[in-house]
Design a protein around this ligand. Structure first.
Ligand code: PAF
Length: 293
């Protein structure tokens, strides 16, 4: 495994693999602090592609003022050890200056999908995500790029980006990985105290209750959101930021849930830590569990 820090070197290595060796390249973009969620993406990339690149880059442009960019967990030594075990071929770990050199002034904005839910709570977040993903895809030109369903809106934004700007990369979205308690695995779980970890299980519990209500016949989106709100707020350490019931593709709010795939997405604070989670009602089942574009 080689660790590459320079954009130019990454670009020429990837070009060589594609052209001279005629091999498929898979990219797993991450911000490091790797956990089982990332590793499920790496495992699938390893299964599907000849060569696997994992990028580790804490992207400043997707953090708003007052967010946790400075404190975001960083441990490249630990990440490298994990990725060695997973037989990854390259780690691309550029500096901020390497991705955003002096004079950088082009940003990518996926209109519509970027504005609601996370975009409303974190203005500019998806502009930062779309921009860095564009730079990564253009640098590496992977055949496949792997993302997690935990960031449901991010997955939709990236699919739209790839389609609209005609990237020659297939986007693979893989299911949420959870702790035994149901808590969705996230790098930000590292901020939680043990008590907060226990409390954070309420987020998944709320989604499960909403899903059961749907299975028992509840179709009113307001009542489904009410179930989530009441459950999350029954936990003293938790505070709901938002909950939304939307079309799973367009993110348009729905009043009544019909037979279309419908996303229930929420963000909640547990202590000072902001966590997101989601579930899809009427999910279209894929044979291999992965949803590709
Ligand atoms: O999901 C993440 O970790 C980040 O948003 C991504 C896709 C690596 C872009 O910085």
């Amino acid at each position: 495994m080689e660790i590459i820090n320079r954009r130019q070197r990454m670009s020429s290595v990837a070009r060589k693999i594609r052209r001279e060796q005629d091999k498929t390249v898979g990219l797993v973009p991450t911000m490091g602090a790797l956990h089982d969620g990332h590793l499920s993406l790496v495992r699938e990339a390893r299964r599907m592609c000849d060569v696997v690149v994992v990028s580790v880059f804490v992207n400043p442009t997707q953090f708003g003022p007052g967010e946790d960019f400075e404190h975001y967990p960083r441990d490249l030594t630990k990440d490298t050890a994990l990725l060695t075990d997973y037989n990854v071929d390259y780690i691309f770990a550029p500096t901020v200056e390497e991705i955003y050199p002096k004079g950088f002034s082009t940003y990518v904005n996926v209109e519509g999908l970027s504005e609601q839910l996370e975009g409303a709570s974190r203005p500019g977040h998806f502009r930062g995500v779309a921009t860095v993903v564009t730079v990564l895809l253009n640098t590496i030109r992977p055949d496949f790029a792997f993302f997690g369903q935990k960031d449901a809106q991010q997955a939709l934004v990236i699919r739209r980006l790839v389609k609209d700007l005609a990237f020659d990369t297939e986007i693979v979205i893989l299911p949420i990985v959870r702790e035994d308690s149901g808590l969705a695995i996230s790098s930000r779980n590292l901020y939680l105290t043990p008590d907060e970890q226990n409390s954070a299980a309420v987020i998944h519990k709320a989604l499960v209750q909403a899903k059961s209500a749907y299975k028992e016949g509840e179709r009113n989106a307001n009542r489904i959101m009410e179930i989530i709100r009441n459950t999350v707020e029954s936990e003293p350490r938790a505070r709901l930021d938002y909950v939304a019931v939307t079309d799973a593709e367009t993110l348009e709010r729905v009043d009544r849930v019909d037979d279309r795939p419908t996303l229930i997405a929420l963000a909640a604070y547990v202590g000072k830590t902001r966590l997101i989670d989601n579930t899809i009602l009427n999910k279209v089942k894929k044979k291999d569990g992965a949803a590709t574009q």
